[in-house]
Design a protein around this ligand. Structure first.
Ligand code: SAM
Length: 184
């Protein structure tokens, strides 16, 4: 079973669908009813025919993950309140199948304040090149203030290893975004 925590509109599951055998089931969780409805629609519209279940669930309250071989959290852990983040990761580790895999993609706080500032600037430049105006960039930043709380890359890594994962590696890093893969 592949779980996508914070599945949003289903982009990750839709992209995984063509590369996984048909007997692998999908489960997606999101705490927004609109996202859950849109995700179900998008999966159907994109021809996902395997068994899938998309449910409303607040990850701050924990999560049930029967038979989890892969758990994906793409830009979601950053929205879980720091108070509950460790508990959620422990919950994932405890329930995951042996040799199960966690794929975590996060916005991260730079290790160094100089590069942190530069990467934020370069990211906004990137958004401008992709037709976001300054007003939109400022509004998004305000909306995410105190809601999206990034950790440093090494803090995420330590948190993962402290929960018991045996292997942990960074597979992606671009400005203040990072992808980590970990094996139970
Ligand atoms: C940036 S989006 C994730 C994008 C998605 N994973 C993807 O790859 O396309 C973050 C998602 O996390 C969900 N989310 C935020 N806090 C949550 C919570 N406490 N429990 C469940 N989902 C949550 C939001 O509703 C949103 O859909």
């Amino acid at each position: 079973m592949v779980y996508d925590l914070g599945c949003s509109t289903g982009t990750t599951l839709i992209n995984l669908d063509p590369v996984l055998p048909p007997d692998v089931d999908f489960v997606g969780f999101d705490n927004s009813d609109e996202m859950v409805a849109q995700c179900i629609k998008n999966l159907k519209d994109n021809g996902v025919t395997r068994k899938f279940e998309i449910k409303n669930s607040d990850l701050n309250m924990g999560v049930a993950l029967p038979n989890a071989s892969v758990v994906v959290m793409c830009l979601t852990l950053q929205f879980i309140r720091p108070l509950y983040r460790e508990r959620l990761l422990q919950d994932i580790y405890n329930q995951m199948n042996e040799n199960g895999c966690l794929i975590l993609v996060e916005k991260v706080h730079g290790e160094d304040s100089l590069f942190n500032r530069m990467f934020i600037k370069y990211y906004y430049d990137f958004k401008r090149r992709n037709n976001y105006n300054d007003m939109e960039i400022a509004q998004k930043r305000e909306a995410l203030e105190n809601v999206l709380i990034p950790y440093k890359l090494h803090e995420n890594r330590e948190m993962i290893l402290n929960k018991g994962f045996r292997y942990c590696e960074t597979f992606f890093k671009w400005y203040n975004f990072a992808g980590i893969v970990a094996i139970k």
